[in-house]
Design a protein. Structure first.
Length: 76
């Protein structure tokens, strides 16, 4: 029998819940959706990034189509 918390590990559920997160940034600090930043940070950490500089570098190296899939605008 599945445990009640197993559904929390679903990537699809995560993608649906992230846009519901309250964004603590000021309006002027919002260049990208919070959900796109969280997903990109998580993906970069899963591939080995261990610092903010490494996360930023990972995002800058990702192909444009992948950035769009993560939720960033077409031009970064």
């Amino acid at each position: 029998m599945p445990k009640s918390h197993e559904h929390l590990a679903s990537p699809c559920l995560l993608l649906h819940l992230l846009p519901c997160l309250p964004d603590p940034r000021g309006v002027r600090g919002r260049r990208y959706r919070l959900s796109a930043l969280v997903i990109a940070a998580a993906a970069s950490v899963l591939t080995g990034a261990r610092s903010l500089a490494a996360i930023t570098e990972w995002i800058s190296d990702v192909p444009a189509r992948a950035c769009r899939a993560l939720g960033f605008p077409s031009t970064l």
